[in-house]
Write a protein that binds this ligand. Structure first.
Ligand code: HPA
Length: 274
């Protein structure tokens, strides 16, 4: 892959703008098995990733590849149905490229969702967790390389990666819906192998409540770009070594499917407030 540059961001944004007159204010990134949230979009236009200049193409089963533009409860949104992961072989800056494009399209706030293993033993599969902070344990960073000052500062602040304001809104919204929302720290690892039990003990010691293979690069780029972030995790399984059973992608997909109504309802209520 060539070095990403602002021309590429503009090319991608220009193509997307040529397909829809929507001026999105809110960006959404949907994780494993959560692509069904795309059903929420009204007057939507769908653009396959492969048609968008410089967009990578997602390669994993259960991860779809299209960008949707439309409105949710009247709010103009751009939604990624399917995201890019480093374990697919993409660099962190490539996985976060769509966030750059969202910024170019006018996005001010971003809702990231993902599927993750529960590291916190008080969690149960099917729980939704508000991300309060993350641990970037991928060993890399999407901002490595020359910094384009037009995109953001060299050393961006990460002290409020996940917006306090949006977290408060999410908490209140879940409460008024009568649905439980756990909260915690998301540890982002490279994958694609699931963790060993020893690694889960390590992660718990480090302060993680959930573990997954996405999100951290996207959030770093969003913060670099001055986008406000809200993150919600679906705990799809207990992390390795907690239960006496192996982990499988099927379990992840099944749990995501099981909680979709709950997840969907929360997201729909959140979008207009973001
Ligand atoms: N580990 C890492 N990523 C995941 C998991 C997990 O247990 N579940 C869903 N994504």
């Amino acid at each position: 892959m060539e070095q990403l540059n602002s021309q590429m961001i503009q090319d991608a944004a220009a193509y997307i703008s040529s397909k829809s007159s929507i001026l999105p204010e809110v960006g959404l990134i949907l994780g494993s098995g959560l692509g069904v949230l795309a059903e929420l979009i009204e007057e939507g236009v769908s653009i396959p990733y492969e048609d968008i200049p410089h967009f990578p193409v997602s390669t994993v089963e259960g991860h779809e590849g299209e960008l949707l533009l439309g409105t949710i409860k009247g709010r103009p949104v751009v939604m990624m149905k399917g995201r890019f992961h480093m374990y697919e072989g993409y660099g962190p800056e490539v996985t976060a490229f769509p966030v750059r494009v969202m910024k170019e399209l006018g996005v001010k706030s971003l809702l990231v969702t993902n599927a993750a293993g529960g590291v916190n033993k008080e969690f149960e599969p099917g729980d939704l967790m508000l991300i309060t902070d993350h641990l970037n344990l991928t060993g890399t960073n999407p901002l490595i390389g020359r910094n384009d000052a037009a995109l953001g500062v060299r050393f961006p602040d990460m002290s409020e990666a996940y917006s306090q304001r949006l977290r408060k809104i999410a908490k209140n919204t879940a409460k008024s819906r009568g649905s439980k929302l756990k909260k915690g720290v998301y540890a982002g690892l490279l994958g694609p192998s699931y963790e060993t039990p020893a690694e889960i003990v390590m992660l718990r010691t480090l302060g993680a409540d959930a573990v997954g293979m996405s999100t951290v690069s996207e959030v770093i780029v969003a913060r670099h770009a001055g986008i406000e972030v809200l993150g919600i995790t679906c705990i799809t399984n207990m992390a390795s070594g907690i239960l006496d059973q192996p982990l499988s992608h099927n379990e992840v997909m099944e749990t995501a499917e099981r909680v979709r109504e709950k997840f969907l309802g929360l997201v729909v209520d959140l979008i207009p407030q973001m």
